[in-house]
Design a binder for this molecule. Structure first.
Ligand code: ASP
Length: 324
């Protein structure tokens, strides 16, 4: 059997050991572990990388611990506006949705945009209308209501800040050190995979930033910024402060360094996350897999919820920096 590999993330941020209760930590680890095995089992059975990343992300969207789907954060007006994107490395086809409020699993909508429309990115009510026509499950606002997200919004409204899910006092204009509130450390979800046929795929889904206004769009639905897949190089899914990831075109830049400069996956990821993104103030990380099944999980934040497995490497679940 040729190599297969799967990696996922559940957001990056200040995630220090003393901030999570043992029980909360165990819940995160279990959720990451279970989603990873869902996707990996599909790959083992011969499923496409595209199906594996989609199903992995669906499972994370359904889990209220993460800022995507069910656990999405609140906008300034008290709604949820979710973003998602998916890309197939084989064909370089891609699909994305932004600002959707009622779609139960935005990643499924992104895939339908890719396969059933002639477009790449659909937005707001139009994206929902398309998803409805395609028969996707819709949910009322109550489905997406989670108490701690609501508290986050109240904090953000009181302080007038737009904030990353995993960094409370982190205004858009002026990145500051992350604060130590464990409720703020969960984020965007994403997955990358290599299948038995040698194809790569990537998928990313998020609720964006708490207290965001004016139809703000982050990196997660932007192909090349938050998501990228190309069989010739790698598949990438990002998490972090989206504005910086857009400016640094993070996901595509990793692939470019591999393609044009011949860097390894690990080296390309290191250059982008530490040498290019960090100096402009971009905090976060990504999960990556290359065409040979190598995996990289770099981040420049305190921690990143992450997990990986391949036919050549054992199952790994990590939260903190020192875990390798
Ligand atoms: N990248 C996402 C955004 O800016 C947030 C995150 O990864 O937590 O919308």
């Amino acid at each position: 059997m040729s190599h297969i590999a799967l990696a996922l993330h559940g957001g990056a941020g200040t995630i220090a050991r003393h901030l999570l209760t043992p029980e909360a930590e165990q819940n995160y680890r279990q959720a990451l572990h279970d989603a990873l095995l869902t996707g990996y089992e599909l790959l083992r059975q011969g499923a496409s990388a595209l199906d594996a990343v989609e199903q992995t992300v669906v499972q994370l969207e359904d889990c209220p611990l993460f800022n995507a789907g069910r656990g999405a954060v609140f906008t300034h007006e008290g709604h949820h506006e979710m973003d998602a994107s998916i890309m197939a490395g084989h064909t370089r086809q891609a699909g994305a949705v932004t600002g959707v409020r009622a779609i139960q699993n935005p990643i499924q909508a992104a895939r339908l945009v890719m396969e059933k429309s002639e477009h790449v990115l659909l937005a707001w009510p139009g994206a929902e209308e398309f998803a409805r026509q395609q028969g996707l499950a819709m949910q009322p606002p109550a489905y997406f209501f989670t108490e701690h997200r609501y508290e986050q919004l109240q904090d953000a409204l009181a302080s007038g800040r737009v904030q990353l899910d995993h960094s409370e006092k982190h205004p858009l204009q002026e990145p500051l050190p992350f604060t130590e509130d464990p409720k703020k450390k969960m984020g965007t979800v994403g997955a990358v995979a290599l299948d038995q046929h040698g194809h790569l795929a990537a998928a990313t889904s998020t609720g964006g930033m708490t207290n965001k206004r004016f139809s703000r769009v982050g990196d997660s639905p932007i192909i090349g910024a938050g998501t990228w897949a190309d069989d010739r190089t790698c598949a990438i899914s990002c998490t972090g402060h989206g504005e910086y990831f857009i400016r640094a075109v993070v996901a595509h830049d990793v692939a470019c360094l591999m393609e044009y400069r011949g860097l390894s996956l690990a080296e390309a990821c290191r250059v982008v996350v530490h040498d290019k993104l960090a100096p402009i103030g971009g905090e976060g990380g990504l999960v990556a897999v290359d065409a040979a099944g190598n995996i990289a999980l770099p981040f420049n934040s305190e921690g990143m919820y992450r997990a990986s497995i391949s036919s050549a490497s054992p199952l790994f679940v990590g939260i903190y920096k020192e875990e390798q």
